[in-house]
Design a protein around this ligand. Structure first.
Ligand code: PLZ
Length: 458
């Protein structure tokens, strides 16, 4: 059933959500004329620094597809960067947003508190790893959550230094740029950066060949020699690195880091902004690795597309900040909280955790087969619906960013939204909405395989 109609005057009229026909359908080249018109206006009106991956004008999305203004239906393997995990315009989210918007749109939680915020905090305290007493605070973006986790850890420990890892991504604000590893495009020319941020080597099994405990020993040695535990407020780590290349640390790495933090009074912050909320086949990726962080940062998947983020963790650490020390005008906006409660209900009652694991098994088997026949696929990795392939020169394992970019562009031209990532830009990542069907995902992966085959490396 197609629910996008192009009227005689060419204007698309849409009813979005999961009722959209679940099909890849190209009726024009990408971009079509209507999309091109919007891209021209974008170029004239929007700052150049704000890029885009797929050259389309999106008009509707749901299930596993994104529709554009020309009537093309693209398979969505990106979820708006791991956000629409319950599916775009999930009916429960739409209903909750509409109901809340009609009731009140804003009071500012710091002025007149409301129930939705408290209910989201209660849900986060219940769902995040760790069976100790927890508290939460809500913010607008992942970067803002990370900034606040660091503020809280500093206040609690009365120390200043923060350690982040190679390949880390934590945001684009000043402190989070400092925490983020990659210069171009995130940091270049935007300094000076926040001080007291140090970098440790990450476990990267495909490239460092180290066991988890050995990689942890190397990182801990750097931390002890270059920072000193007495100066260190927090270690922040993504349990599976997102923008850095979907790097899954070797078994034992995260528990060893966690043990060292616990022994040295250092707050361990798990940045689950990208990996959280069912994405990896567990509610939180930390659960896969046998460690319990002190604080968890969340955003993205939490609210089905509405801007919301949180810091959740040990109650004594969370309560270290003085009254009035945390907040922001919009943090925990009531509409975003309503969307989060609807999304969390969907995560808990609609089998999305299990579905993420199924999608992961499907992707790993398809991409594993691709790797077996194409030596340019150097590594296939990830958990649940957070899977990537690293493209390399087969002779040297040198990263092949040109190939990754060309394959992604070809996929988009063929109607499949594929994102790249990685410090070296040579990783194709697959983050389908957990509402995608097997047939559509398989078709998307067929297109990826064909695009890879069509790109003959120089
Ligand atoms: N921490 C682990 O993945 C956001 C960034 C896209 P915000 N990742 C997508 C881009 O190019 O800007 C992210 C993340 C992790 C923090 C963040 C930051 O979250 O909501 O984008 O601020």
């Amino acid at each position: 059933m197609t629910t996008l109609d192009i009227a005689a005057d060419g204007a698309p009229s849409i009813s979005g959500g999961p009722a959209l026909a679940q099909e890849r359908r190209l009726v024009t080249a990408i971009p079509g004329p209507r999309s091109q018109e919007l891209l021209d206006r974008k170029a004239a009106a929007v700052a150049k620094g704000v890029g885009h991956t797929a050259p389309i004008a999106a008009v509707a999305a749901g299930g596993g597809v994104v529709l554009d203004a020309d009537g093309n239906s693209l398979i969505d393997l990106g979820s708006g960067i791991a956000v629409t995990s319950v599916g775009n315009a999930h009916p429960k989210v739409v209903e909750a947003v509409q109901r809340q918007a009609a009731q009140f749109t804003h009071t500012c939680f710091m002025v007149s508190p409301y129930e939705g915020y408290v209910a989201v905090a209660e849900a986060l305290n219940r769902l995040t790893p760790g069976d100790f007493e927890k508290k939460s605070a809500l913010f607008n973006s992942g970067a803002e959550a990370v900034e606040n986790a660091v503020k809280i850890a500093r206040k609690f420990t009365k120390r200043q230094a923060v350690v982040a890892f190679d390949h880390a991504y934590h945001g684009r604000t000043n402190l989070t740029m400092a925490l983020t590893a990659k210069s171009m495009p995130y940091k270049s020319g935007f300094g000076p950066f926040a001080s007291e941020v140090y970098r440790a080597p990450m476990s990267y099994p495909y490239r460092d060949g180290l066991t988890g405990p050995d990689a942890a020993a190397k990182a801990i040695s750097v931390i002890e020699k270059q920072v000193g535990a007495d100066n260190l407020a927090a270690v922040i780590i993504e349990p599976i690195q997102g923008e850095g290349g979907f790097i899954v640390p070797a078994a034992g790495f995260l528990p060893a880091i966690a043990d060292w933090c616990a022994a040295n009074g250092v707050v361990l912050i798990s940045d689950e902004v990208q990996s959280g909320f069912a994405r990896t086949g567990a509610m939180f990726a930390s659960e896969h690795f046998g460690f319990t962080p002190d604080l968890v940062t969340t955003a993205k998947g939490i609210a089905g597309g509405l801007p919301l983020a949180a810091v959740t963790g040990r109650a004594d650490i969370m309560d270290a900040a003085h009254a009035g020390g945390l907040g922001g005008t919009y943090g925990g906006n009531p509409i975003a909280c309503a969307a989060a409660l609807a999304s969390i209900d969907a995560f808990e009652t609609e089998g999305f955790v299990e579905r993420a694991a199924e999608l992961g098994a499907l992707m790993l088997s398809r991409l594993g087969a691709l790797q077996a026949e194409d030596p340019r696929v150097g590594d296939v990795r990830g958990l649940g619906a957070m899977i990537a392939i690293e493209l390399v020169d087969p002779a040297t394992q040198a990263p092949d960013a040109a190939l990754a970019g060309a394959v992604a562009r070809r996929c988009i031209a063929e109607g499949v939204i594929v994102l790249t990532c990685g410090t070296y830009g040579n990783v194709l990542r697959f983050l389908p909405p957990l509402s995608i069907g097997d047939a559509l995902l398989n078709e998307g992966l067929d297109v990826v395989a064909a695009a890879l085959a069509a790109e003959v490396s120089a």
